[in-house]
Design a protein around this ligand. Structure first.
Ligand code: SF4
Length: 275
Protein backbone atom coordinates (compact mmCIF):
# COMPACT_ATOMS: atom_id res chain seq x y z
CA UNK A 1 0.00 0.00 0.00
CA UNK A 2 2.63 2.49 -1.02
CA UNK A 3 1.75 6.01 0.01
CA UNK A 4 -0.85 5.03 2.58
CA UNK A 5 -0.81 4.36 6.29
CA UNK A 6 -3.20 1.87 7.85
CA UNK A 7 -4.29 2.53 11.40
CA UNK A 8 -5.74 -0.16 13.62
CA UNK A 9 -8.32 1.37 15.89
CA UNK A 10 -8.39 -0.07 19.41
CA UNK A 11 -10.71 2.44 21.02
CA UNK A 12 -14.00 1.74 22.66
CA UNK A 13 -15.90 2.26 19.41
CA UNK A 14 -16.45 -0.38 16.78
CA UNK A 15 -13.26 -1.90 15.39
CA UNK A 16 -12.44 -0.57 11.98
CA UNK A 17 -9.62 0.45 9.74
CA UNK A 18 -8.87 4.03 8.83
CA UNK A 19 -6.68 4.75 5.84
CA UNK A 20 -4.95 8.11 5.73
CA UNK A 21 -2.67 9.30 2.99
CA UNK A 22 1.00 9.54 3.87
CA UNK A 23 0.77 13.25 3.02
CA UNK A 24 -1.79 13.66 5.80
CA UNK A 25 0.67 12.40 8.38
CA UNK A 26 3.70 14.10 6.85
CA UNK A 27 2.17 17.52 6.41
CA UNK A 28 -1.23 17.90 8.04
CA UNK A 29 -0.04 16.23 11.25
CA UNK A 30 3.38 17.85 11.29
CA UNK A 31 5.25 14.65 10.64
CA UNK A 32 3.51 12.64 13.36
CA UNK A 33 4.79 9.24 12.41
CA UNK A 34 2.07 6.59 12.03
CA UNK A 35 4.74 3.94 12.45
CA UNK A 36 4.95 4.93 16.09
CA UNK A 37 1.64 3.15 16.36
CA UNK A 38 3.06 -0.33 17.13
CA UNK A 39 4.84 1.18 20.14
CA UNK A 40 1.64 2.85 21.31
CA UNK A 41 -0.46 -0.24 20.69
CA UNK A 42 1.95 -2.14 22.93
CA UNK A 43 1.49 0.50 25.63
CA UNK A 44 -2.26 0.30 25.28
CA UNK A 45 -2.23 -3.49 25.58
CA UNK A 46 -0.12 -3.09 28.70
CA UNK A 47 -2.63 -0.56 30.10
CA UNK A 48 -5.52 -2.93 29.36
CA UNK A 49 -3.63 -5.79 30.98
CA UNK A 50 -3.00 -3.74 34.11
CA UNK A 51 -6.69 -2.83 34.23
CA UNK A 52 -7.87 -6.43 34.02
CA UNK A 53 -4.97 -8.74 34.80
CA UNK A 54 -4.75 -7.52 38.37
CA UNK A 55 -8.25 -8.87 38.92
CA UNK A 56 -9.16 -5.44 40.16
CA UNK A 57 -11.98 -4.14 37.99
CA UNK A 58 -12.40 -0.38 38.06
CA UNK A 59 -15.52 0.59 39.97
CA UNK A 60 -15.77 3.75 37.89
CA UNK A 61 -14.19 3.53 34.44
CA UNK A 62 -12.90 6.70 32.84
CA UNK A 63 -15.37 8.05 30.29
CA UNK A 64 -14.06 11.59 29.86
CA UNK A 65 -10.66 13.17 29.30
CA UNK A 66 -10.24 16.82 30.24
CA UNK A 67 -6.88 18.21 29.28
CA UNK A 68 -5.45 21.68 29.71
CA UNK A 69 -2.80 22.08 27.03
CA UNK A 70 -1.95 25.63 28.09
CA UNK A 71 -1.83 27.44 31.41
CA UNK A 72 -2.75 30.78 29.85
CA UNK A 73 -5.90 32.20 31.38
CA UNK A 74 -6.12 29.69 34.22
CA UNK A 75 -6.83 31.21 37.61
CA UNK A 76 -7.50 29.74 41.03
CA UNK A 77 -8.30 31.61 44.26
CA UNK A 78 -7.86 34.94 42.50
CA UNK A 79 -4.35 34.22 41.24
CA UNK A 80 -2.75 32.51 38.28
CA UNK A 81 -2.36 28.76 38.68
CA UNK A 82 1.27 27.85 38.96
CA UNK A 83 2.38 24.96 36.77
CA UNK A 84 5.88 23.77 36.16
CA UNK A 85 7.10 22.43 32.84
CA UNK A 86 4.27 21.84 30.36
CA UNK A 87 3.68 18.55 28.57
CA UNK A 88 4.60 18.18 24.91
CA UNK A 89 2.95 16.18 22.16
CA UNK A 90 4.24 12.80 23.28
CA UNK A 91 3.07 13.37 26.85
CA UNK A 92 -0.46 14.18 25.70
CA UNK A 93 -0.60 11.21 23.35
CA UNK A 94 0.38 8.96 26.27
CA UNK A 95 -2.44 10.42 28.37
CA UNK A 96 -4.95 9.83 25.59
CA UNK A 97 -3.76 6.28 24.95
CA UNK A 98 -4.07 5.38 28.63
CA UNK A 99 -7.47 6.99 29.06
CA UNK A 100 -8.80 5.31 25.92
CA UNK A 101 -7.62 1.96 27.29
CA UNK A 102 -9.66 2.68 30.42
CA UNK A 103 -12.82 3.40 28.41
CA UNK A 104 -12.74 7.12 27.55
CA UNK A 105 -15.16 8.18 24.82
CA UNK A 106 -15.09 11.97 25.06
CA UNK A 107 -12.37 14.58 25.39
CA UNK A 108 -12.44 18.30 26.11
CA UNK A 109 -9.28 20.27 25.38
CA UNK A 110 -8.85 23.64 27.09
CA UNK A 111 -6.91 25.82 24.67
CA UNK A 112 -7.28 29.25 26.32
CA UNK A 113 -8.06 32.30 24.19
CA UNK A 114 -6.23 31.17 21.09
CA UNK A 115 -5.90 27.88 19.27
CA UNK A 116 -2.31 28.80 18.48
CA UNK A 117 -1.41 28.64 22.21
CA UNK A 118 -0.53 24.99 21.67
CA UNK A 119 0.36 24.28 18.04
CA UNK A 120 0.35 20.51 18.64
CA UNK A 121 -3.37 20.36 19.49
CA UNK A 122 -4.22 19.42 15.92
CA UNK A 123 -2.12 16.29 16.18
CA UNK A 124 -3.55 15.53 19.63
CA UNK A 125 -7.13 15.87 18.34
CA UNK A 126 -6.51 13.86 15.17
CA UNK A 127 -4.90 11.11 17.22
CA UNK A 128 -7.81 10.99 19.66
CA UNK A 129 -10.35 10.84 16.84
CA UNK A 130 -8.61 8.59 14.34
CA UNK A 131 -6.91 6.12 16.63
CA UNK A 132 -9.34 6.03 19.57
CA UNK A 133 -12.64 7.14 18.07
CA UNK A 134 -13.03 9.87 20.70
CA UNK A 135 -15.39 12.81 20.34
CA UNK A 136 -13.43 16.00 20.90
CA UNK A 137 -14.49 19.42 22.16
CA UNK A 138 -12.04 22.30 21.82
CA UNK A 139 -12.73 24.83 24.58
CA UNK A 140 -11.86 28.30 23.34
CA UNK A 141 -12.29 31.19 25.79
CA UNK A 142 -12.49 33.90 23.11
CA UNK A 143 -14.06 34.25 19.68
CA UNK A 144 -10.71 34.85 18.02
CA UNK A 145 -9.91 32.46 15.21
CA UNK A 146 -7.41 32.90 12.41
CA UNK A 147 -7.96 31.63 8.87
CA UNK A 148 -5.43 28.94 9.64
CA UNK A 149 -7.37 27.89 12.78
CA UNK A 150 -10.57 27.56 10.76
CA UNK A 151 -8.81 25.59 8.05
CA UNK A 152 -7.33 23.20 10.61
CA UNK A 153 -10.62 22.84 12.47
CA UNK A 154 -12.26 21.91 9.16
CA UNK A 155 -9.71 19.16 8.64
CA UNK A 156 -10.65 17.35 11.87
CA UNK A 157 -13.40 14.72 11.76
CA UNK A 158 -16.55 16.86 11.60
CA UNK A 159 -18.65 14.09 13.17
CA UNK A 160 -16.44 14.11 16.24
CA UNK A 161 -15.47 17.78 16.62
CA UNK A 162 -17.13 20.57 18.64
CA UNK A 163 -15.95 24.07 19.30
CA UNK A 164 -16.93 24.75 22.90
CA UNK A 165 -17.31 28.48 23.60
CA UNK A 166 -18.90 30.92 26.02
CA UNK A 167 -22.51 31.69 25.13
CA UNK A 168 -21.52 35.35 24.73
CA UNK A 169 -19.34 34.31 21.78
CA UNK A 170 -21.59 31.76 20.14
CA UNK A 171 -23.47 34.23 17.90
CA UNK A 172 -20.22 35.58 16.45
CA UNK A 173 -19.00 32.04 15.76
CA UNK A 174 -22.17 30.82 14.00
CA UNK A 175 -20.55 31.29 10.58
CA UNK A 176 -18.44 28.22 11.36
CA UNK A 177 -21.49 25.97 11.17
CA UNK A 178 -21.66 26.60 7.42
CA UNK A 179 -18.17 25.08 7.25
CA UNK A 180 -19.33 21.97 9.11
CA UNK A 181 -17.86 22.99 12.48
CA UNK A 182 -20.32 22.36 15.31
CA UNK A 183 -20.66 24.71 18.27
CA UNK A 184 -21.52 23.94 21.87
CA UNK A 185 -22.06 26.37 24.75
CA UNK A 186 -19.46 25.99 27.48
CA UNK A 187 -21.47 27.61 30.28
CA UNK A 188 -22.64 25.34 33.05
CA UNK A 189 -25.93 26.40 34.61
CA UNK A 190 -26.46 26.71 38.37
CA UNK A 191 -29.05 23.91 38.12
CA UNK A 192 -26.40 21.61 36.63
CA UNK A 193 -24.06 22.01 39.62
CA UNK A 194 -24.44 20.06 42.81
CA UNK A 195 -22.79 20.78 46.16
CA UNK A 196 -21.13 17.35 46.30
CA UNK A 197 -20.15 16.40 42.75
CA UNK A 198 -19.18 12.81 41.96
CA UNK A 199 -18.72 13.36 38.24
CA UNK A 200 -14.91 13.39 38.68
CA UNK A 201 -15.10 9.60 39.17
CA UNK A 202 -15.43 9.29 35.41
CA UNK A 203 -13.07 12.13 34.46
CA UNK A 204 -9.31 12.12 33.96
CA UNK A 205 -8.43 15.80 34.30
CA UNK A 206 -4.83 16.64 33.43
CA UNK A 207 -3.20 20.04 33.91
CA UNK A 208 -0.62 21.59 31.55
CA UNK A 209 2.28 19.94 33.41
CA UNK A 210 0.72 16.46 33.42
CA UNK A 211 -0.53 16.57 37.01
CA UNK A 212 -3.97 15.13 37.60
CA UNK A 213 -6.74 16.86 39.53
CA UNK A 214 -10.27 15.77 40.33
CA UNK A 215 -11.73 18.07 37.66
CA UNK A 216 -11.31 21.46 36.02
CA UNK A 217 -13.09 23.31 38.82
CA UNK A 218 -10.34 22.43 41.27
CA UNK A 219 -7.41 22.41 38.85
CA UNK A 220 -4.28 23.55 40.71
CA UNK A 221 -5.81 23.09 44.17
CA UNK A 222 -3.53 20.71 46.07
CA UNK A 223 -6.44 19.34 48.13
CA UNK A 224 -7.73 17.83 44.89
CA UNK A 225 -4.39 16.70 43.45
CA UNK A 226 -4.40 13.12 42.12
CA UNK A 227 -0.74 12.57 41.22
CA UNK A 228 1.35 12.86 38.09
CA UNK A 229 0.11 11.21 34.89
CA UNK A 230 3.70 10.81 33.71
CA UNK A 231 4.83 8.85 36.77
CA UNK A 232 1.81 6.84 37.81
CA UNK A 233 -0.57 4.84 35.64
CA UNK A 234 -4.06 6.23 35.27
CA UNK A 235 -5.41 2.83 36.23
CA UNK A 236 -3.67 3.12 39.60
CA UNK A 237 -4.94 6.66 40.09
CA UNK A 238 -8.48 5.68 39.18
CA UNK A 239 -8.44 2.64 41.48
CA UNK A 240 -6.88 4.50 44.42
CA UNK A 241 -9.84 5.21 46.69
CA UNK A 242 -7.70 7.39 48.97
CA UNK A 243 -7.68 10.08 46.25
CA UNK A 244 -10.41 12.75 45.95
CA UNK A 245 -12.71 11.28 43.29
CA UNK A 246 -15.42 13.79 44.17
CA UNK A 247 -15.55 17.53 44.81
CA UNK A 248 -17.19 18.05 48.18
CA UNK A 249 -17.50 21.84 48.26
CA UNK A 250 -18.26 23.11 44.76
CA UNK A 251 -19.87 26.29 46.17
CA UNK A 252 -16.45 27.35 47.47
CA UNK A 253 -15.20 27.74 43.88
CA UNK A 254 -16.30 30.15 41.12
CA UNK A 255 -19.32 28.84 39.22
CA UNK A 256 -17.59 29.55 35.90
CA UNK A 257 -14.96 26.97 36.91
CA UNK A 258 -17.36 24.23 35.86
CA UNK A 259 -17.62 25.58 32.31
CA UNK A 260 -16.88 23.01 29.60
CA UNK A 261 -17.11 20.12 32.09
CA UNK A 262 -16.94 17.08 29.75
CA UNK A 263 -19.91 15.00 31.03
CA UNK A 264 -22.14 18.06 30.81
CA UNK A 265 -20.83 18.94 27.35
CA UNK A 266 -21.38 15.35 26.19
CA UNK A 267 -24.95 15.43 27.53
CA UNK A 268 -25.60 18.68 25.71
CA UNK A 269 -24.17 17.36 22.44
CA UNK A 270 -26.22 14.15 22.63
CA UNK A 271 -29.41 16.08 23.41
CA UNK A 272 -28.79 18.36 20.42
CA UNK A 273 -28.15 15.39 18.16
CA UNK A 274 -31.35 13.71 19.32
CA UNK A 275 -33.50 16.72 18.34
S1 SF4 B 1 -16.38 20.83 36.85
FE1 SF4 B 1 -18.13 21.11 38.24
S2 SF4 B 1 -19.75 19.81 37.35
FE2 SF4 B 1 -17.80 19.15 36.45
S3 SF4 B 1 -17.04 17.50 37.70
FE3 SF4 B 1 -16.15 19.37 38.54
S4 SF4 B 1 -17.53 20.06 40.13
FE4 SF4 B 1 -18.64 18.56 38.90
Amino acid sequence: MAGFSVIWLMGSGPDRLTVRSKTYWDKDQGGLDPFRIPKRVAKEIEARRSSTGSGEALSHPIRYIWIYVTETGLRQNGGAVDFEETLGLDGWLNVIDECAALGAEWMVVYVGASLSEAPFIWQVCAWAQDVHDLRVGLHLTSNCLSEDDIERLSRLDSEKTYLVADKAHIASLRFLEAKGIRLCEANVLAAERVAHCTKPEEIACVGPDGRLFSCGLVLGDERYAMGDSQHRTLHDVTADESLPHAVTDTAAFPSTGCDACPPLIAKRVLETEAQ
